[in-house]
Design a protein around this ligand. Structure first.
Ligand SMILES: Cc1ncc(COP(=O)(O)O)c(C=O)c1O
Length: 373
């Protein structure tokens, strides 16, 4: 099996090698520093495997259930601590989907399931999101794609890159469709906790016994670098298979990361951190929205959740050309072209990171746009 690079990663590699002075791509909350955790870390922590469980630290798994509001539906045996959402998705997809199995993935969406499905030799069906309906999924279309050979439906909810949020009633209908054929439903919920309206992110692990919810501390708490995420599923075979595959890659969890995540999801840290993240995220998205409203060249469906959105570029140049020119001097600013998601006329804009850095990026973007009118 050989996994091909996906265009999103390619774009990040190329643009970040240029070390741009500004960017409007950030998808995570401003990261805390190690010092923020120092006085709460145990200096006697042995830097060996915890020896407690191949599922990950029990206290951390408790907190994951509590913070993800899954404590009523799931037990800590249903939680596997992983190296981020990315590893959780990887372990689930690789063990569930075999060559020839059918897999359905929403697009635009997270590219990982697309490249993995192709590498496995699965039969891949894409479920196109509808921009005219705020990037919603079409349940009739999904019903037509689902068949007896469907093994897995993967949905990025809240969606990267559009910020669309599938409401709970709709996800229940998705569950009915997948349940009919006994398929699994994996929802990547890495942006859970950053909803901007009344609707909260529903968890497939709560709604369905073959539902798999993945997530992490990366986006909401800005702790991407500690590589701590989770896979939650009530089917014990999914957890066991994931542990078996992990034994042949990273083997066990990163104990320092687990210790920090355990603090970060605790009562002394999480409530303040999430409220700061939500406040800054809301403000930053408002700044992006203001710029878009003032520019005829851009239009977007404001994200319902998460820190990124997908703006349509209403100019005669492609998003690739637009972002290449913006990356050049004097603007020196990175925005992600939609070609990374096979949408050549869109730009992915992110309101993560600090407000000051975003304001700098938006100023540069505004200056560049002024030259194109
Ligand atoms: C939708 C989605 N899934 C997964 C990931 C990977 O996140 P993690 O750091 O939790 O592995 C990202 C990061 O950009 C993402 O946007």
């Amino acid at each position: 099996m050989h996994v091909e690079i996906h265009k999103l990663f390619q774009q990040f590699q190329t643009a970040l090698a240029r070390r741009p002075q500004a960017s409007i791509v950030e998808s995570l909350t401003e990261p805390p520093k190690l010092g923020d955790f120092m006085d709460r870390l145990d200096p006697n922590l042995r830097l060996d495997w915890s020896g407690q469980s191949f599922h990950g630290l029990p206290s951390l798994r408790h907190k994951v259930l509590q913070r993800m509001e899954l404590a009523d539906a799931c037990s800590i045996d249903d939680v596997l601590i992983t190296a981020g959402t990315a590893e959780a998705n990887f372990l689930a997809i690789m063990q569930l989907v075999q060559p020839g199995d059918e897999m359905i993935v929403d697009t635009p969406g997270w590219p990982q399931p697309l490249v993995l499905a192709n590498a496995i030799g699965a039969k891949l069906h894409t479920l196109p999101r509808d921009e005219s309906r705020g990037w919603a999924i079409d349940l009739d279309q999904l019903a037509n794609l689902i068949g007896d050979n469907t093994r897995l439906v993967f949905l990025c909810n809240p969606n990267n890159p559009t910020g669309h949020l599938i409401p709970v009633e709709e996800l229940r209908k998705v569950v009915q469709l997948v349940d009919r054929v006994g398929a699994y439903l994996l929802t990547d919920e890495v942006y859970r906790g950053l909803e901007w309206g009344e609707e909260k992110t529903p968890s497939s692990a709560a709604l369905y016994e073959r539902g798999i919810s993945t997530g992490s501390v990366s986006k909401v708490l800005g702790l991407q670098g500690i590589r701590i995420g989770w896979l939650v599923c009530r089917d014990p075979a999914v957890i066991t298979d994931a542990i078996v595959l992990r034994e042949d890659s990273s083997e066990i969890m990163n104990i320092m990361g687990e210790a920090i995540a355990d603090i970060a999801l605790g009562d002394d840290y999480y409530p303040d951190a999430i409220s700061r993240a939500r406040q800054t995220g809301r403000h930053n998205l408002e700044l992006i929205d203001r710029l878009i409203q003032a520019q005829a060249a851009l239009d977007w469906q404001r994200p319902a959740a998460g820190l990124i959105g997908f703006a349509r570029l209403q100019l005669d140049i492609s998003a690739d050309e637009f972002s290449a020119r913006l990356l050049d001097a004097p603007y020196d600013t990175f925005v992600m072209p939609g070609s990374a998601y096979d949408r050549p006329q869109h730009l992915r804009l992110g309101g993560g990171g600090t407000t000051a850095r975003l304001e700098d990026g938006l100023q540069r973007l505004g200056n560049f746009l002024a030259t194109l009118q």
